[in-house]
Each structure stands twice: as structure tokens, then as C-alpha cells.
Design a binder for this molecule. Structure first.
Ligand SMILES: [Zn+2]
Length: 305
């Protein structure tokens, strides 16, 4: 019996052991990739998500893809610190953990409204307002028990959807408290209304290209020679024949985009296994046009600005 008691005590202690330390992303300004993967569950990569850290606070969350919830906790993000959540589009690998992260935040003491940027809808996809109603509408929402997010009742902060038209220049979102501005730029992603985001803070610029195909010419024209500190592009499909086309830039097109925009660092994220297994071929295709610095993000990768 004493042995059993010791065994039980040991296992209970193990359960109570502290979690691993937060994967701290230090410095006054930094970008942290929460999820560096795509829509297929094929390894230790969550779907697309990232945080803009300002003075140690998770000021902005860009996308909330599948698995982002876990990385968000590992990163030590606090819901009270968000000034905005910006969603590029409503594919599940970019938005599936939105409800999970908001639900987590409902346990915080935040009462301040939270703007949610996202695209306007079309015949194929709801816009950000309709997406939030589909989640939280008190009559019809999938998570109607969290309907306080729509009207600010039951102790929840009210979400304020900001719908960005799929065409033409959009007004920047500006946060007076931090000085952060986020300019949405519509991009081409098949029939999916989709946005890139240009983040500007204290003279630094970070561009989330989002999911976009090679016909996103306006995006390249707008960013041409702007020399952002980071250009985060999506490494989804290999170069070569017989690969899926139409939704994403192949590596050669990523290279052309990067050459035109000329970032201080090109970060490849949304890394799918089918691209990674042929990465040397992909990098060679990128290098045809772009010779600047380039790196591949993992989950929780941190880039100080
Ligand atoms: Zn997508």
C-alpha cells in the first residue's frame, strides 16, 4: 500500500508540474508566427496565424487558423492586450480557431470592444460580419451561448466587424494607443474574397501577403520597392508541372513578387509538406528572380523588428 500511495502522489505531482516556459518573443517590436502550416494535418505546424508584439504585448493577431489556439497559449498572448484581430480570408486553415481564441478570451477581464478586420462576403463566402453572426448569433449561431460577443453583454467584449471591400484601396485601420496601422490590400485567391495586410509601426513595415495567386498584380504594384522589413509569403505548392494552380503563387511567382517588393527579409510560411519535400527546387525557382535574404518559418518563430 505505501508503494501505491507513493506512485499516486508522484503521478498527481506530474500532472501539477508547471507548463514549459512561454516561447517568448522579446523586444519592443516583433512578429511571431503562431502557425506556419497549411490546411493538412501533417506534422507540427498549425494553420496560419501570427502576432504583432508591441512592447511585450500581443497588439494584433493576424489570422487564427487551425491549431493557432495552442500556439497562442504557448506564446503567452493575453486577450486583454489585443487592439485588433485581422483575418485575411475565411478558409478554415486561416479562421478555424477564431471561436476558440475568443472563447479563451471570455475568461479574461477585458471589456473593451475588439475590432475584427476581414473581407466583405460574396456568393461563395460570408464576410466578416456574417461569419461572426454564424458563430455567435443568439438565435442561429453555432456558439449562440457566446452571443455576448455580438452585443457586449454577459461580460464579454463586443466584437466590431470591419468589412473590407474586395476591390479598390481600403482605408487603413489605425490604433491611436499603439500607433499601429494596418492597411488591407485585396488580393486574388480564386473565388475567395481575400486580403493582404500591410502593418506599419514606428517606421517599420511588415507585409502579410496572405493566400494569393500570381494574378495579384495590384498588390505587387502597391508594394513595389516599398522595402518592407518582412514580407511573409505562402509556401504552398511546389514548382513544376502537374501541381494545383489557381489559388497560390508557385515558387517562381513568389520570387518575382519578392524581387519587385524587395523586402529586407522574405519569410516563407504556410509551409505545406508537398512544398517542403521539394524545397531545394522551390528555392531555386524563387532565386531565379529574388536574391535577397530568405528564411522558412516554423511555429513560434520570432522576428524582431
Ligand atoms: Zn486560403
Amino acid at each position: 500500500m505505501p508503494r501505491l500511495a507513493i506512485g499516486l502522489a508522484t503521478s498527481i505531482w506530474a500532472l501539477a508540474a508547471p507548463l514549459p516556459a512561454h516561447a517568448a518573443c522579446e523586444g519592443p517590436l516583433a512578429v511571431q508566427i503562431l502557425g506556419s502550416g497549411g490546411p493538412i494535418a501533417e506534422g507540427p505546424r498549425a494553420g496560419s496565424s501570427a502576432i504583432i508584439w508591441i512592447d511585450g504585448k500581443a497588439a494584433a493577431v493576424i489570422d487564427t487558423g487551425s491549431g493557432a489556439f495552442v500556439r497562442y497559449g504557448q506564446a503567452g498572448a493575453r486577450f486583454e492586450d489585443h487592439r485588433v484581430i485581422a483575418l485575411t480570408h475565411f478558409h478554415a486553415d486561416h479562421a478555424a480557431d477564431l471561436a476558440a481564441i475568443l472563447n479563451s478570451g471570455s475568461f479574461s477581464d477585458r471589456s473593451e470592444k475588439l475590432p475584427i478586420l476581414g473581407p466583405q462576403g460574396n456568393a461563395h463566402f460570408p464576410g466578416v460580419g456574417a461569419h461572426l453572426r454564424a458563430l455567435f448569433d443568439p438565435e442561429t449561431g453555432a456558439f449562440r451561448y457566446l452571443s455576448g460577443f455580438l452585443d457586449g453583454t454577459t461580460g464579454k467584449p463586443m466584437l466590431v466587424p470591419v468589412e473590407i471591400p474586395a476591390e479598390g484601396p481600403a482605408a487603413p485601420f489605425a490604433d491611436a494607443l499603439t500607433g499601429l496601422t494596418i492597411t488591407p490590400v485585396p488580393v486574388q485567391h480564386g473565388v475567395v474574397p481575400a486580403l493582404a495586410y500591410v502593418i506599419e509601426i514606428r517606421g517599420k513595415m511588415v507585409v502579410f501577403a496572405g493566400d494569393q495567386n500570381e494574378f495579384s498584380e495590384d498588390f505587387v504594384a502597391i508594394l513595389s520597392r516599398r522595402r518592407p522589413d518582412l514580407l511573409i509569403a505562402h509556401n504552398v505548392i511546389p514548382q513544376g508541372e502537374g501541381q494545383p494552380r489557381g489559388l497560390h503563387r508557385p515558387p517562381s511567382s513568389i520570387g518575382e513578387m519578392a524581387a519587385a517588393i524587395n523586402p529586407r527579409l522574405l519569410v516563407l510560411s504556410h509551409n505545406m509538406q508537398r512544398a517542403l519535400v521539394r524545397q531545394s527546387e522551390g528555392e531555386a525557382a524563387i532565386r531565379q528572380a529574388y536574391q535577397g535574404p530568405m528564411t522558412i518559418a516554423d511555429d513560434l518563430s520570432c522576428y524582431a523588428l
